[in-house]
Write a protein that binds this ligand. Structure first.
Ligand SMILES: [Zn+2]
Length: 261
């Protein structure tokens, strides 16, 4: 019930932002199936949709990143069932299952499929605040935590001749924004920065679901992301197509406008 209510609130924001046409009815079979789309070398976006009649399907996106040490899934689909479909697509396309998953905050669009990760033996990782907030939102915490004693870390590192090397994937906690626990994930080789729900779609003129947001710190958190990843070029948010760094400034402007009201 709580999730339903939160998603409904999210939806009000999304539809207000994204839709100028009026949808009066939507049937379930119009919901697109989960899909996988390559956006850079070794990087794919996975897409899944939740249907909320009468508003229609709501897109949520995550990443799939292939490294020399294995495959990393960033965020699950909305549900366990669609997460299983996404994992099948990954196996078909990349020839293997993810070795680990990272989820970027405690809402259903980002971690509604943790049970499926557990069933398939894919260790899920989340910020400690995410795993603290998950049960109260009817979500399963992930198996492991990351960023426990630091705000930035790398994944998929390796050892060679007794020397440890950082992996190509960076996870970063910039401070509260869309939610108090939102993290971002950067893949340096492709310059792809996954920003989840911290960054709004470029077409949006609202902040979406602010039920768990921190409006006083959101803009600074986005500035922290911009400063931490000055070389990031492809910015991938949860709910719309990838864009360039202008998406970061757009979200700062939306937050500042909301705070000025
Ligand atoms: Zn969220």
């Amino acid at each position: 019930m709580m999730i339903r209510a939160l998603v409904f609130i999210a939806l009000l924001g999304l539809t207000a932002a994204c839709s100028k046409t009026t949808t009066t009815s939507t049937v379930t079979n119009e919901v697109p199936a989960p899909s996988l789309e390559q956006i850079a070398e070794n990087v794919w976006i996975h897409k899944s949709y939740a249907d909320f009649p009468p508003y229609g399907p709501v897109l949520s996106q995550g990443l799939v990143i292939k490294t020399d040490e294995g495959i990393v899934l960033v965020d699950t689909a909305w549900t366990n069932g669609d997460t299983a479909i996404v994992l099948d697509l990954i196996e078909d396309t990349l020839g293997d299952d993810p070795d680990m998953a990272v989820v970027t905050h405690a809402h259903a669009d980002k971690m509604g499929g943790v049970d499926t990760l557990n069933k398939r033996g894919i260790g899920g990782r989340a910020h400690p605040l995410t795993n603290e907030d998950a049960p109260g939102r009817n979500l399963k915490p992930t198996q492991y935590t990351i960023l426990e004693d630091r705000d930035i870390d790398t994944l998929m590192g390796w050892s060679e001749n007794g020397v440890d090397h950082d992996g190509p994937i960076t996870v970063y906690y910039p401070g509260p924004g869309h939610a108090r626990d939102n993290i971002v994930v950067y893949h340096a080789p492709s310059k792809v920065l996954f920003v989840g729900c911290l960054i709004r779609p470029g077409t949006s003129n609202s902040l979406g679901n602010t039920a768990d947001a921190d409006l006083s710190q959101w803009a600074q958190s986005v500035r922290n992301v911009a400063a931490t990843f000055p070389e990031a070029q492809i910015i991938v948010p949860s709910h719309s197509v990838a864009g360039d760094r202008a998406l970061l400034d757009h979200t700062i402007a939306l937050v500042e406008a909301a705070n000025a009201e």
